[in-house]
Design a protein around this ligand. Sequence first.
Ligand code: 6CS
Length: 346
Amino acid sequence: MKKQMVTLILLIGIIMTITSGCSTMPASEQTVWRFGHEEILGGIQDIYALEFKRLVEERTDGEITVEIYRADEIGGVMDYLEFQQGGLLQFSILNPGTTSTTVPENNVFYNHFLLPEEDDDIKEVLRNSKAIEMLNEINERNELKVLDWFYEGFNAWTSNKPIRSPKDFRGISIRTMASPLIVASYQAYNANPTPMPYMEIYTGLQLNQIDAQVNPVFAIQEMGFYEVQKYLIQARQDGFFAALVTNPDFFNDLEPEMQEMIREIALELNDFIFDVQDSLNKERLEMIREASDIEIIELTQEEREVFREASGKAREVFKSSVGEEGREILRILEEDTARVLEKKDK
Ligand code: 6CS
């Protein structure tokens, strides 16, 4: 397996050397940009990638072609992170659950009860916060140039038991992404967090290797998790965030007009994908309701408060896993969220 992967990497490397998007290439030659993401056909990241492809190909009159690689097509998500840092992929969508192994500060998004809950408020914080600028600088120092952060919906829990309080999590093995903060967050609720790859969750639930998992509603539907779970619980404790990432060397070598085109596309896609996630998550919740007997539980404000209190422990874990810069990013996001919510109340 390892050998096949190395061969594949080498193969991609050779193809890349011949065809990659370098700015010195004559305009008449075909350029291929490789775009990796973490989801399956029809997922939010896939819809994003397809729209990115459409816009790039349209605006370059087909001189640039974008090839999309979905989850597990040429490696696991951690391979995609390496391919991105090494320049084997020109673009990718990576979420903090993947990149926080390299940039722990990215986990800031997965602090429970930190960011606003409404889409427009989240958008405002993401677009205007100095914290995002600081976070992007840290990513760039790690060979990840973030062109945009976007949102895929709030993370819901599915489980074989109803969960209304941290007490109910006792003894429950919940599959999470392999991020120390996410693990700490569910430990703070008394659960047994069990990291495993995205593509193995369904079987894990089916074989009772795990009792629960956490993901946005659209993913629960398209990955079929609702088929093997009894409850879908909406606590709105955090959202699923992801970044459009490029390789800094690749990007810096592009001509300024090309850089500008990509920046514009990223900005347009932010609005596009916020709307897509909103309608897709609503639509897929209805599909789940129609296709199964899963019980959907929406926590009350009082029930959420108990989780908010319990999440304090994990916030401390985040603070101790990052340096001064990371703590400042968290502080600014807390402040910006409070400001956006206050403005709304007036
Ligand atoms: O839970 C996961 O691992 C995955 N969830 C989503 C919605 N996207 C990609 C990620 O790898």
